[in-house]
Design a protein around this ligand. Structure first.
Ligand SMILES: C[S@@+](CC[C@H](N)C(=O)[O-])C[C@H]1O[C@@H](n2cnc3c(N)ncnc32)[C@H](O)[C@@H]1O
Ligand SMILES: [Zn+2]
Length: 270
């Protein structure tokens, strides 16, 4: 049974049939897709927070073609390397989107949770990956007890230093994946006149110790323009693409582009 905290009063939620309830009688229903919405309206900053349906669809299409498989292999290898085998633990994918990475972390020993503020994405994740626990929630106030997770992974999602620290157990790990300098450089070169490199110094985390940092760089070859358009649609620069840039992309017979990831492993001191 998944273990959550009530987002309104921070006491444990108990599940009975399809309802999660706290001692103060705040209730949250399990949706038919299998997720629970723990984002109270008063915590919502917009009507539809997080990524919209079109971005969610594009990301799904793109990821399912396997272009980021080397990243998955790297992340699951890190998990095997740092966490003891045969010991039960809880794992969080913070800002999990449609759960594409979340479910890859599931093993026989762990309980895997995915949280995202975008309901459309969580719906897809919960429906598809029944062996993980998905909730709609905000990273700025995670619906979990202190020290609950041994492993928190953040992939291209906002990093909330203090809150991640709170839910991590002592000796627990935070893995962040952010764009490295040349990530999608060739795509940006088509879209912008002058493509800038990613700034890798962003989001330093002060409360945890950085124990490892790796760069994963490889070339992706696209066979058709739809794949490139899906890739573009899942990036923040989709909004800035000019009609001229889009036309150029659509006209390309083939396209090759770098994936460049900065992977950091942080540890919470014992
Ligand atoms: C670029 S997407 C990455 C999704 C997923 N990790 C992946 O790589 O496929 C960023 C995700 O962060 C979520 N997000 C942004 N701000 C959030 C917040 N405050 N709380 C929870 N999720 C948030 C968005 O809805 C979106 O799904
Ligand atoms: Zn409550």
């Amino acid at each position: 049974m998944p273990q959550y905290l009530c987002p309104l009063c921070q006491t444990p939620l108990n599940q009975s049939d399809k309802t999660f309830r706290c001692v103060n009688n705040h209730c949250f229903d399990l949706a038919k897709e299998g997720y629970v919405n723990l984002l109270p309206v008063q915590h919502k900053k917009s009507k539809q927070p997080g990524d919209n349906k079109a971005m969610v669809r594009a990301r799904r299409e793109f990821l399912e073609q396997g272009f980021y498989q080397p990243l998955i292999d790297k992340l699951t290898a890190l998990q095997r390397h740092y966490l003891p085998v045969n010991q039960a633990y809880n794992l969080l994918d913070a800002g999990c989107g449609e759960g594409y990475y979340t479910h890859q972390h599931k093993t026989e020993n762990n309980h895997v949770y995915g949280v995202d503020i975008a309901k459309e994405a969580v719906k897809i994740a919960a429906k598809k990956y029944r062996n993980c626990h998905f909730s709609v929630g905000t990273l700025s106030q995670l619906p979990f007890a202190n020290d609950f997770f041994s492993w928190v992974v953040s992939i291209y999602a906002p990093i909330l230093d203090a809150e991640f620290n709170r839910v991590l157990s002592s000796g627990g790990y935070l893995i962040t994946v952010t764009p490295a300098e040349n990530h999608l450089h060739e795509l940006k070169a088509v879209i912008y006149q002058q493509a800038q490199q990613h700034d890798m110094e962003k989001s330093p985390i002060s409360s945890l110790e950085l124990i490892a940092q790796e760069r994963l760089n490889y070339q992706m070859d696209f066979a058709n323009s739809q794949q490139v358009l899906d890739l573009l649609a899942m990036t923040p620069f989709a909004f800035k693409a000019s009609n001229e840039g889009l036309a150029k992309l659509k006209a390309l017979p083939s396209f090759s582009c770098q994936a460049d990831f900065d992977i950091r492993v942080y540890k919470k001191p014992q």
